[in-house]
Structures are given as structure tokens and as C-alpha cells.
Write a protein that binds this ligand. Structure first.
Ligand code: PMP
Length: 328
């Protein structure tokens, strides 16, 4: 059995940015608090984003900021969160936050949620009476699945938990509540000795990891599940697809059967936190040669080349924090 200490393994204490953006103001980290009776704590009513800012030769640069903030606005729209924050305002706020943080690289976390009006409290499921609150925080985060994982790959399992069904909880909205499903997948995987779990969709086709999209490689062709397999439309997934086009690698969105995972030549995850992480086994079945495959390596080289600034950002993915025009 796992001890409590084991369960906390791999959790380094991150350096945090000591200010938090709150609707146009920068407040102290310690002042960014909510009431315990806030709607969000009881009914999961939040949407959020996860964005990376990389240390490049030109200083810190935010990766695909506009696309992340557009997804943030889309998530808010799906959950009828009527607010008046614009794409430009949210992008500018993120850049300014990183600038003030002094961090060379960090993870940026915008969140919009239903809070509590203390003068006129409302405690029902109906979210409408509750005011919306919007914050952006940041902290320094290392490699999500471990430093070694990028090169050696991770051991994963197929989860006994399915991903959300399209008409129950929309996977395309990045809502806090969706991550209860992710937590079931992640905890089961960790307690069984795996780094991550892959969930199937409600029809039994491969969906995604608890916090990553997945790709397979067979006979030189790259496949990834379509949006109809209850996935989050990952920004890194889109970047991988763009890189495949650039490198003339055939890439297709296609429903993938569980068994196809076991016989793939290569598998890898994509995600803001996981970046491009190879998978070396699924359910203790070795994938391909059991270590990072050549296509994953080529894609990583191109991806890390852009984000480390060793290769020109011809994709236009980076918004340099110290440039005048922040939104790229
Ligand atoms: N799926 C889920 C469930 C996620 O939480 C994430 C991380 N945001 C992803 C996929 C990958 O998306 P992205 O590349 O935009 O980070």
C-alpha cells in the first residue's frame, strides 16, 4: 500500500508569483481568498486555463496566449458566465503579471468562478444570483510528469473510469468540475503504480489522459482522437498537428480503439503541463521499442526548439513579455 508520503511524491514546492491579478488590479497572493460558502466550492462552478511562459533568449515568452484566452472565453460562454472581460484585457493582464512576478518561466492560471455575494447570499444550485470573480495567478512549475519522462517516457494504464459524455459535462469546456473525473483517473493510475491513466470515451474509444491529449504513431502515420471522443481541444495538440504538417508527417484525427494503443509503434501525450511526453508502456505492455520513438523525438525537437528560442518562432506562438505588443 502507498503511505501518505508516497502519495505526495513528485510534488516539489513551486515558487509562486507574490501578486495575483484581480479584475484590473494586482493584489497580494495572500489576499486572493474566497468565502467557504462560495458557489464554486459546493457546485464546481469554475472555468480556468493553464498557460506556460517559457524562458527564452529574449526573456520570458508566453506560449499561445491568445488561443488559451479564447478557449477561456469559450468555456465561460458554454457555462453562461456573462462577464465583460475581453480577450485583449486578459492577454495583457497575463503578460503584466509575468512581468511583475520577476519569474523567468512560469505557469499562468486564469480562473473565473461563481463566488458569494455576502450582502445577499444565495446557496442554491442556480448559479445566476452569484457574482462572478476572475483572477490570474502564476507560479514556477517544472516538468509535469517528471524530468526523465520527456526522454524515457512514462508507464500508463487504461483507466476503469470513462471520460465525460458529450451531453453530460462538455469536455470542450475547461471547467473545474471536469477535473473530478480527471482526479478519479489520476488517483487510480498513481495508486496502481502508473504515472497517468488514459480514459476511454462513452463508446469505448480512446479519449485522453487526465490532463493531456494522446497521439498514436503506426506505420509513420500520426493519429489522435477527434473532438467527438470527449477530449479537450488541446492547444499543444493543435501545435503538434501544425508541426506534423510542417515536417510533412501524415496526421489525422480518427477514433482509436483501446487495442490499437498496445500495438502502436509509438504513443505520446501532449499538453501544456506534459508538453510532449512519450509513453513507453500501457497496462504493462511495452509500446514499440519501449522508449521514445523517432517521430516523438522529431516533434519534440521542433517544439522545444521554438519554446527554448533555439529555433525561430515561425509559427508565431510566443508572446514575449518584454515586448511592447504583448499579444502575438
Ligand atoms: N486534456 C485535458 C483534460 C487537459 O486538462 C489538458 C490540459 N489543459 C489537455 C487535454 C491538454 O490541453 P493543452 O494542450 O491546451 O494544455
Amino acid at each position: 500500500m502507498f503511505s501518505n508520503e508516497d502519495k505526495k511524491k513528485n510534488i516539489a514546492t513551486p515558487r509562486i508569483c507574490d501578486v495575483v491579478w484581480h479584475d484590473g488590479e494586482f493584489i497580494a497572493w495572500n489576499d486572493a481568498r474566497v468565502h467557504v460558502m462560495s458557489h464554486v466550492l459546493h457546485y464546481g462552478s469554475s472555468i480556468f486555463e493553464g498557460i506556460r511562459c517559457y524562458a527564452t533568449k529574449q526573456g520570458p515568452a508566453v506560449f499561445r496566449l491568445k488561443e488559451h484566452m479564447q478557449r477561456f472565453l469559450n468555456s465561460a460562454k458554454i457555462y453562461r458566465m456573462d462577464h465583460n472581460r475581453s480577450l485583449e484585457q486578459l492577454c495583457d493582464a497575463s503578460v503584466e503579471l509575468v512581468r511583475r512576478s520577476g519569474l523567468e518561466q512560469c505557469y499562468i492560471r486564469p480562473i473565473l468562478f461563481r463566488s458569494l455575494d455576502e450582502a445577499r447570499p444565495a446557496f442554491g444550485v442556480n448559479p445566476f444570483p452569484n457574482p462572478l470573480a476572475c483572477y490570474i495567478g502564476a507560479w514556477d512549475w517544472g516538468k509535469y510528469l517528471g524530468d526523465e519522462a520527456i526522454e524515457k517516457g512514462v508507464d500508463v494504464c487504461v483507466s476503469t473510469w470513462n471520460r465525460l459524455t458529450p451531453n453530460s459535462m462538455p469536455a470542450m469546456a475547461k471547467s473545474g468540475a471536469n477535473y473530478m473525473n480527471s482526479q478519479l483517473i489520476k488517483m487510480e493510475a498513481l495508486l496502481n503504480g502508473f504515472a497517468e491513466g488514459i480514459a476511454l470515451d462513452d463508446r469505448g474509444y480512446v479519449s485522453e489522459g487526465s490532463g493531456e491529449n494522446i497521439f498514436t504513431v503506426s506505420n509513420g502515420m500520426v493519429l489522435t482522437p477527434p473532438l467527438s471522443s470527449s477530449i479537450l481541444a488541446g492547444i499543444t495538440r493543435d501545435s503538434v498537428i501544425q508541426i506534423c504538417h510542417e515536417l510533412d508527417i501524415v496526421v489525422k484525427e480518427r477514433s482509436i480503439q483501446r487495442a490499437a494503443l498496445y500495438v502502436a509503434d509509438e504513443l505520446f501525450f501532449s499538453g501544456t503541463a506534459a508538453e510532449i511526453t512519450p509513453i513507453r508502456s500501457v497496462d504493462r505492455i511495452t509500446i514499440g521499442s519501449g522508449h521514445r520513438g523517432p517521430i516523438a523525438e522529431r516533434l519534440q525537437k521542433e517544439f522545444f526548439g521554438v519554446i527554448n528560442g533555439t529555433r525561430e518562432d515561425t509559427y508565431g506562438w510566443l508572446s514575449p513579455v518584454h515586448a511592447v505588443a504583448a499579444v502575438g
